[in-house]
Every structure is written in C-alpha cells, then in structure tokens.
Ligand binder design. Sequence first.
Ligand code: RUQ
Ligand code: CUA
Length: 637
Amino acid sequence: MTRHTQRPANDGESDEQQSGAEDGFDSLLPGLRRRDFMKAGAAVGGLSGLAGCTSLLSDEGDGTVSAAPSHSVPPGEVDEYYAFLGGGQSGDVRVVGLPSMRELIRIPVFQRDSGRGYGHDDESREMLEEAGGYTWGDTHHPRISQTDGDYDGRFAYVNDKANGRMARIDLTYFETDAIVDIPNQQGTHGSCAQLPDTDLIFGVGEFRTPIPNDGTGDLHDPDKYGAVLAAIDPESMNVEWEVLVDGNMDNGDGSKEGRYFFTTGYNSEGAVTEKGMTRSDRDNVKAFDIPRIEAAVEAGDYERINEVPVVDGRKDSPLNQGDDPVVRYIPTPKSPHGISVTPDNEYAIASGKLDPTASVIQIDKIDEVDDPADAIVGQPKLGLGPLHTAYDGRGHAYTSLFIDSQVVKWDIEEAVEADAGSESPVIEKIDVHYNPGHLIASESYTEDPAGDWLISLNKLSKDRFLPVGPQHPENDQLIYIGDDEAGMEHVKDSPAHAEPHDASICHRSKLDPAKTYDPDDLDLDYTDEGEETMERVDDDRVEIEMYSTRNKYGFQEMTVTEGDTIEMQVTNIETTSDMLHSVAIPDHDVHMRVAPQETRKVTFTADEPGVYWIYCAHFCSALHLEMRSRLIVEPEE
Ligand code: RUQ
Ligand code: CUA
C-alpha cells in the first residue's frame, strides 16, 4: 500500500515578510471589557483610515494604520507559508499559500483525480483498491510530521473519517504515498502524532460498533459496541496496537513529550440517538498513557482482533485499576470536541461544544491527582459552541465559537488563575462569517508557533460571495493575530470548495519539494530515448516501455489485437521542472500523468477494434497538439 520511498527534506532559508496595509474589517461583541474594546477599536480606526474615512471611527481609534502586514502577494512573489487543509468530503488535502490564501494545488488522497493522474496509473490505482476500493474519503485533520517538536517537512498524515483509514502524503512530491485501512475502526476522526518526533500516528475511532464488526457479535445491543484508538507506525503504516475505550471519541492531540495522547469524546452514554447522546452533562477527555499501553502490549495483555493487539482501556478493565491506568477518564462538560496541547506542553485544552467553556487540563497534574477531574485547572467561559483551539506562542488561545460565529482570544494563565466559569480570561472576540468549525494559527501544532496568522474555517458563507446555487462555497477567513495591542484583524475572505476541516500551517523554509522526480525513488525502471520496447509476452498480453518528451512518445504507433491486455509504461525524460506530459487514450478511460523524470505504468484492455489517438493532455509546448501516437487495435481473426 505504499507507492515509493522518500527522501528527507532540507531546511531552506526564510525570506522577509512583506509589510504594508490592506483593507479589512473588524467587529466586536458587546460586553467586552473596555480596554479590549479600545484595543480592537484601534485596528478598526487604522483600517478605515486606509479607506479614507478615519474621522468616522477616530473616536475609537488612535489613527494608526493597520497592524497587519500586507496579505496581498503581488504577482511574481510567493507566499510565506504553506497551509494544508483537509478537504472534508472531497477527500483531498488542499495546499494554500499564506497570506495570499491562493490555492496552490490539491493533493488527492482518497479519490481519483485526473488532474494529477492519481488513481489512474497502476500503482496509485492499486493503492486505492487495496485500501478498500472506495471512491471517496472524508479528510479532516492533516498533520505534518515533526522532529524535535518542529515541522520537518517530510510527510503529512490525514484521516478518512468515512471509511476508517489513514493516509500519508509525501511532501517531497506532494502526493499520497500510503493508505492503511484500519481494522476494528469505523469513522477514523482525529489524526495526530506522538510528539516530538512523530513516532506514532494515532487514528481516533469515532463510531462505536461491534468489535470485530463482522456480523458474529450482537448487532442490536449498542452496549456491546466499542471504539478504539489506533496507533500506526509512521514508516511502515502498520497498525501496531489499539486501545478499546468506553464511550466514543472525537478529536485528539498528543502531548509534546510523547507521554500522553488525549482524545475528546461525546456520547459517553453509548447511545444511538441524538437525544441519548446528549443526555448527560459530562463526557470525558481520555488521556492515553502511551508507555503504559506499550508495556501492556509487550506483556501480552491484549486480545488479538483482526490481527491487531487490542488493549482493554475501558473503565473497568483490570489495566485501569491501580495507580497507573492505561487510560484516564477526565470528566469534562458536555460533548467536548476539539482538543489541543499548548506549545509549552503545560496544558491540554478541550473545547466544550455544547458547553460554553473550555477545560484546561494541566498535563503534569494527571499523574499526581487521585481524582482525574482535579487535573482540570481552568474552565473559562468563552461563548457558545466552542469547537477548536489554536495558539500564538505568546500565552494566548484562540477558540472557534460555532454558534456565536466568532473567534475568541483568551489568556491561558489567566484562565488558570480565574474561577471556573469566569469570562475574565477573554481578551477579545471577532465576528467571522459564519459558524466556524476549525481554526488554525501558523505553526500552532509545534512547540514554537509563529503567532502571526490565523485562518477561521467557516462552515457557512451565506451572503459573502456571488450566489452559485443552493450549495455555497465555504468561507476561509484570514485573520492577523500578530499584534496584541491592535487586536485581531480580519483581512480576507476566501471561498473554498466543500469542505475544509482542520489545517496545518508550515513555514516555507521547512519544506523542500522536489523539482523533478528522482528515478531512484520510483519502483519502475527508467526508459530513455532509444530504449523503448514493445513485446508480446503472452497470447493476449503486450508490454510496452517507452519515453515521452517534447513532443513525442517513444512509439508513433502501437498495433495490438482486439482483446489484448496492454501494460504501458512511460518515462517522462524531461529534466526541466514543470514539463509534464500525459498519456490520454480516448474510449479507454486512461489518463496517466508523467512529470519530469517520472515513470508510471497503466494496464488496460483494448477491447474494441479501431484507431485511437493517444495524446498528451498537459499543454506542454507549441507542438503539444502534435504530441500524439496511434493505438491501432486490429480485429481478432
Ligand atoms: S472536526 S468542526 Cu472538523 Cu474533524 Cu471539528
Ligand atoms: Cu506533452 Cu502536451
């Protein structure tokens, strides 16, 4: 289920950020403290100054210009950051440049994509087939691999909530290179890593099912259903172990030093209806003790189900009695959704979703307290529908408020000082349009967030763009968070194809994408000009190995017989970056892309006699239209 091997990326040099000012807008919720209103007012005044109407807002502003650096990236210049956005039900990962918010490319993961030739050549098609053969996935949480608590630019990992899978994206080539279909798990939701060195990837099981779910157990008794956390080896993509828990799980994040992995969960009731799932006022955050679980696996304390060692992490499991349980259940209100660990590894913060608070769990305290609830050291009241929390590295947290349609900025230490339910940690709120699910700040998942940009990934755009029928684009909004005095500043709306979820933002200096393929990274042999071969290897099988270049294929014509299976392997022998060719064969459902120095193979059957013009679908030069070959399929005798 893997495509090819990979090379580590090098660190490059970062360039200076652009500065200047652009249009923008800001809005504030009534009820903010006066000093914060003044702060945010300064930003409003500055922005309107650019529009030439300072006087309108000058009573709230101080006349300074916008604190945000320019978000417009002029023609010919490039962005400072890559943002990787889970494409939701589209099944892809989008790569967006920041701060321009220009979509650079889409990386197909769980779906075929003729633009990238993905799922069309043999290798990627077989990978999709072996991973279940589904035509789509639901990608939520792309996480970039880390070394020493910082992005290393090697891989991104992303879940498929729809079909219980995890995929790996090779960031040298910006393409999916492995997919694992996770046994015993339906609805792989959260996806994250054991930090600081990405030693394990975790798939968080959301839907409770019988385990194994093969019809042998009791299908009708939800009390007998379960959900597992799956730990996956990031290199082999094998599922190493799983932990069965009570209730279901939702999102997850790892502590920065690798000891704990946290998941939120709703439906601790184990119900099967909405009413039942929201009956109790408390659900829980689960803290998985990774070394303890690995010791249990080592000691043979597991049951092997579908070839995976499954450790019992339910509340009444023998492994959870005593002082060092495999899973601690930390009660939190009410159906908590997002969870993320602060950059300094002090706290794991779970957003309340159906409760207006977030729960601040002190990681060090988890071991010390008798009652896991005592590890919660802060519970600020943030607003309605808190879903996800991001960080700027300056002690602030930013939480999306789904129901209030806002992002709230708050002070983490103040939340620890204040009484539970206090609003005093809230620094500022900004309206977004509308109903944000996720939000993400630049490098928020590392130990050292950049603290300049934040994207609010809003579920509804409503009236923000030209109407395009009943389905509107989503609205990804860019907010500058780099100036605590001026406050948050909304600078851009960006329509998005359905439907971004979580994202990771990585400085461009930490990625080193390849300019061409390295033939050594590919399994297939390189066919240079003059080395092309066409051979009948069997009564009804023809193997072709050829090259492509501007503006020809290795063979100008290929004659086969009706019913033949054809294995066509093509090397793009160009050494110039971006000089793509492809092999498009009418009426055969073939479109194989070959990038410079790439070799791919496609197998198809020539089942209708006739003449078929093979052409190159990537516009490669002035003679691109002439880049053709003929497939001649002779009728069977
Ligand atoms: S989760 S909206 Cu999207 Cu996977 Cu919180
Ligand atoms: Cu090669 Cu167009």
